[in-house]
Design a protein around this ligand. Structure first.
Ligand code: MTE
Length: 403
């Protein structure tokens, strides 16, 4: 039959590739207006192939295996995962490494399809801490990577990738399995019935429809780990990358932690500013989002109306902190994280800057850049690479004047 016929989808999602598989984002204004927690039906979708169909009566029998460099290889059903492991809930932002690739493709075409700035979404995920599951299999000392594999049959095998084991075992990384999003069972597009959630890293590490966890000495050898989610040196052209496969197997070019990034939701690219009789007195609220990688906190967001000669400091809000300060029993991650966690950020933040409407009508463009607590700052220029990933230069909205 038709692929994905069983999968319900919201008509507001914008398809970025052909009919199948689904790769989609929500219009940035709609995504932004829906708030800190993205409704699951508006959450961006990145599928490499067909969505596995799991009937309601089979959900609890879904199983995963934990094997490789472990003393105690095990198979766990979702039923066991629910009953034998502590369940935690936390807001986590996922970002596709291709977020904002459209701008990069406009500079010079890459091999990837054109994401706008909507390849990012946030949900409250519920499930066990992945480290607890790994501990149950008793990892051997020689294990250094955790390989993860999904269920769908793709042209180059199963979807799979890996993360360093030290990061999986680090409680402050917040790496978990999830069977719920915003309190509802995972929807088919987002990994029903069970997925990995790796906060602060590129979305490609958060394997959906999880079937296998394999502890290994080296990084994943999976085709999708090797030929996807890399930032190759900028001199590598599509032709070179095909001729010389060695570009792909150099693990130094794999990307893991997200790069610092931000975007302007308002004004939108096609928004018409209405200028009233008193543009000096009227205010316009420029607004958008920002995020950082590796659990870092955004420490400032700046807006320029003069092409980067001067910068205005925006106001920043951290909705995630409301969850952090909840009472003991409802606390983020069940309160299992140490004190340094207080500075850790696993979610997007929102920013805003009120300016007189006249300052917008006098400007040619609006640009935004963010900085984090390690002084990472978005660059002015784009680092072009063949897959068009991790684009994070200053985000720009052009202001066009109508006669
Ligand atoms: N897991 C499987 N099994 N198959 C996939 O195609 N895509 C990955 C990741 N996990 C993928 C997967 C990529 S590249 C991203 S960005 C995220 O899932 C997207 O998660 P989402 O569709 O829930 O937003």
């Amino acid at each position: 039959g038709t692929p994905d016929a069983h999968v319900p989808r919201d008509p507001r999602l914008i398809r970025l590739t052909g009919v199948h598989p689904l790769n989609a984002e929500t219009p940035l204004s709609v995504l932004f207006d829906s708030g800190f927690l993205t409704p699951p039906e508006l959450f961006f979708v990145r599928n490499h192939g067909e969505v596995p169909e799991v009937l309601d009566e089979d959900v609890l029998d879904w199983d995963i295996t934990i094997e490789g460099l472990v003393e105690n290889p095990i198979t766990l059903t979702l039923r066991q995962i629910l009953s034998d492991f502590e369940q935690i809930t936390a807001p986590i932002t996922l970002v596709c490494a291709g977020n904002r690739r459209k701008e990069q493709n406009q500079i010079r075409k890459s091999q990837g399809f054109s994401w706008g700035a909507g390849g990012v979404s946030t949900s409250l995920f519920t499930g066990p801490v992945l480290a607890d599951i790994i501990r149950a299999a008793k990892p051997l000392r020689s294990a250094r990577y955790l390989c993860m594999e999904g269920a769908e049959a793709l042209p180059n095998g199963k979807y799979g990738t890996s993360v360093r084991l030290t990061q999986v075992m680090d409680p402050n990384r917040g790496i978990m399995l999830a069977h719920k999003m915003n309190g509802e069972p995972l929807s088919p597009d987002h990994g029903r019935p069970l997925r990995v959630v790796v906060p602060s890293m590129i979305g490609g590490r958060s394997v959906k429809w999880l079937k296998k966890l394999i502890l290994t000495e080296g990084p994943s050898q999976n085709w999708y780990h090797t030929y996807d989610n890399r930032v190759l040196p900028t001199m590598v052209t599509p032709e070179m990358s095909k001729l010389d496969k060695n570009w792909w197997t150099d693990e130094r070019y794999a990307i893991n932690d997200l790069s610092i990034n931000s975007a302007i939701a308002y004004p939108a690219h096609d928004e018409k500013l209405v200028i009233g009789p008193n543009p000096e007195k009227e205010k316009y609220s420029i607004r958008g989002y920002a995020y950082a990688g590796a659990g870092r906190r955004i420490t400032r967001v700046e807006i320029s109306l003069d092409k980067g000669q001067s910068w205005n400091l925006a106001e920043v809000s951290y909705p995630e902190d409301l969850y952090r300060n909840a009472p003991e029993d409802t606390m983020l991650f069940g309160g299992r994280l140490d004190v340094s966690w207080r500075d850790t950020c696993l979610c997007w933040i929102f920013w805003s800057l009120d300016v007189p409407v006249s300052s917008l009508s006098n400007a040619e463009d609006i640009v935004v850049r963010a900085m984090d607590d390690s002084m990472n700052i978005q660059p002015r220029d784009t680092y072009w690479s063949v897959l068009g990933m991790m684009h994070n230069s200053w985000f720009r909205i052009a202001i066009r004047k109508e006669a």
